[in-house]
Design a protein around this ligand. Sequence first.
Ligand code: GLA
Length: 732
Amino acid sequence: MFFTMITYFPNSKVFRLDTRTTSYAFFADPNGFLLHLHYGARVSDGDALVALARREQRPSFQPQPAGVPWPFSRDTAPQEMSGVNTGDYRVPGLSIRWDDGSLAADLRYVSHEIRPGALDMGDLPGAFAGDDKDVETLDILARDAARGASFHLLYTVFPATDVIVRSVRIENTTDSPFTIERVASAQLDLRRDGLHLLQLPGAWARERHAERLPLGGGIHTMRSVRGATGHSMNNAFALLSSDATESQGDAWGFVLCYSGNFRADVDTDPFGSTRAVTGIAPDTFSWKLAPGESFQAPEVFLAYSAEGVGGMSRRFHDFMRGHLIDQKWAKVPRPALVNCWEAAYFNFNAEKILAIARDAASLGAEMIVVDDGWFGRRDNDKVSMGDWFENSAKVGDMADLVRGVHDLGIKFGLWFEPEMIGEDSEIFRAHPDWVMCIPGRDRSIGRYQYLLDFTRPEIVDAVVDTVAGLASRAGIDYLKYDMNRNHTEAFAAALPPERQGEAAHRFILGVYRFHRLLLERCPGLLVEGCSGGGGRFDAGMLRYTPQIWCSDDSDAVERTRIQGGTSIFYPCSTMGAHVYACPNHQVGRITPFETRATVALAGAFGYELDTTKLSDEDRALVPKQIADFHRYHPLTLAGDHYRLSNAWSDNAVDAWMFVAKDRSSGLLSVVRRRAVPNGNDVVLRLRGLDPAARYEVGELGVWSGDTLMGAGIPVPVPCHDAASMRLPIRRV
Ligand code: GLA
């Protein structure tokens, strides 16, 4: 153990949670209120920190709790987890409807426990301690002052990666049922205002375009009620000091480890404080808790960095690679794949797949992925959704096709969309009652399909049986797990009326159950997540799917924005990124083949095209690109990532680096997103190198680390749209 991670100061009841460079502190005041003190740079005081909770006197409109003297008011107190209807008018973390119909929550500290290791999250995905023996968990037990229900505020400290994981577990230790109407995973009351918000809004094919905005007074909400994280707003965000850049200033990041409806609110009060609250969306949630039952909220990962947004990103990258992503895959090179979706759409048969596979293998590709269209009578997206048996007229026996591909010395991947059911399908004819819908109401349709009622474990189990059965019978190596519509008419047919508020959360628990069971049945399977591209790109899915198709838009210029935004919170190695055919199928843009590779090499690399149709000139580049993937992939899997241009700006030139942890090598990638006639020179100040070492930067010569980082180097990226360079960096 290199230092104590969680320290309790009994005189003041201060709890201080330390990581390598950060401290998080709060205390239980004499009335049992849990008051936040500090989250930021590492500090060494304990008892003295209590002074940070002091607030000024306010006029009488800020009420006091009974028996607590002025000037304390819940409305101005920095709280670890606030309740409703007891005098804190900001966005609450908790709201409980008791059996008499009243709505209130008033948490008071009772006791605490410090345990080694991380939490077992049961049905939910969660972070694990992995190799880090120093991970510790603080479990604060607080009780509702009137009813005695138990609230566990949970904090797991990951010292080496500078991340603190928070969550809440509620136990009904009373003798009557109550309903949770809102439970945040974390609330953070920072005594700072004038902050900026960094968020990831988007849309299909335009996911996670980072946006930075100054926060004024009032509440800013980020949410999804689409049944999944969704394309329109990611569930990760950051608060920044107004002077923060990619490389300096304060950044507090919040990454929710959840894939369903979420809501994050940032509430800036009139007294210089900013509250961030994030968790399951209360808009579509309630949960009835009977005596003796408990409810675990998802985890949220917190990281603070004084090295700006980039410092925060690198903390999250290290943390997720070491404590979230299945260690079987986290640091293991992924196969360079060729996906047939844009190569053939629904138009293929076994011969065509084998022809592409043969050609791809001869060029060095390591896996072929057969996408949508191989099952039931699936020749278009109107039929057979949910019929997970092969269309033998099209692909013959799946086991034979897989064998044919394996004989070429490469792996085989297959597409599925397990949460769905189409009306024109065998599965619908056999089980019309498996559709999620509200009896007596029209069912909305999306891409000609409905959702299966994944709130019912027996339906999940039946689908796992079919999918895992085929995967093992045919011997497939990789599964692309897709989800192509938003939820409507959420209803859990097996639950009573007073539990319908549980439907959306139970559905996503069903999705996690699917993944757990699938991996139990097929432990060697590599699963890539997908939802119309990146519609469910979140930490919850990353627990089961070590890579996620980042966007249906693979255009290199668009992708710099999408991947740049994604990389603010998620490791680059998790971003499925492919070289595609031109003109690009989404935006019609024509880009150099090499630029497409430069951008795809920032993630889990592959091709989204028919290699047999490439020009001779492009074909000749494929083996070299795959060799570059093998050369640089270790850097995306385990190195440090530096964005040299702000991820939140629409840059004319985008540049990023990967640097090995020992700073001996790296990769500098530059893309001219838009040529500006007679524009500026491109001079890049590199980051992350050893200032005292000398480096060779591609063909740009040998430079000292301090020059490269302090003065920068001119990079002669050609002055036309979508020109790019990728320059290996080597310590000499
Ligand atoms: C989604 C995915 C695509 C492809 C299609 C198939 O849109 O994002 O990559 O798999 O479905 O229908």
